[in-house]
Design a protein around this ligand. Sequence first.
Ligand code: PRP
Ligand code: HPA
Length: 176
Amino acid sequence: MSDRLETVKSLIAAHPDFPKPGILFRDVFPVLRNAKALRMLIDLLCEHIKSTVASADIIVGLESRGFLFGPMVAEQLGIAFVPVRKAGKLPGKTVSVSYTLEYGTDKFEAQEDSVKKGQKVIILDDLLATGGTMKAAIELMEKLGAVVELCLVVIELDDLKGRNKLNRPFYSLIHY
Ligand code: PRP
Ligand code: HPA
C-alpha cells in the first residue's frame, strides 16, 4: 500500500454497534479533519479515474458522504458534479428507484435534466457495503440514459461481496 493510502487509512475510525448492534461502522470523517490527508485522498481518486477512464462527463455523488468527495474530484477533473439524493429532497422533475441498505430501505432520486442520454458518468460514494446503494444509483443513471464508466468508493467492506451485485467497472481504494 502506498504511503498516501496508508495515511488515509490510518485516519478512518471504526465504531462498533453503530448505528445498530452488530454493525462495525467505518467513519471517513476524521480524514476531512486533516487537510493534507484529504488532498491525498482526492488525488488518489483522481489518479485512478485518469488511469482507467478514457473520458467522463459527470461525477455522480451519492447522499450523503458521496457529496463530500464528489465535487472535489469533479472540480479537479474539470467535469460536472450531479447529486443523487434520498426521496423528496430534489426540486423539479425527478426519476427514482428503491433500494435495500445494510440496515434498512430507502429511495433514491436524481433530477431528470441533470444527466443527458449518452453522457458518461462515474458514480462516487464513501463506502460499499452490501452494494444495494451503488446498484440503485447505477439503475437510476441508466434510467436517465447515462453510460456508467466506473463505480468508485473510498472504502469497501469485502466480506459483504457488494461488488458482485454491480456488474459494472468498480474500484475501491481501501478494503476491510
Ligand atoms: C452508507 C454509505 C453508502 C451506503 C453503503 O450510507 O455511505 O452510501 O450506506 O451501503 P450498501 O452498500 O449496503 O448499500 P447511508 O445509507 O448510511 O446514508 P447516509 O450517507 O445518508 O447516512
Ligand atoms: N460506514 C459507513 N457507512 C456504512 C457502513 C459503514 O461501516 N456500513 C454501511 N454503510
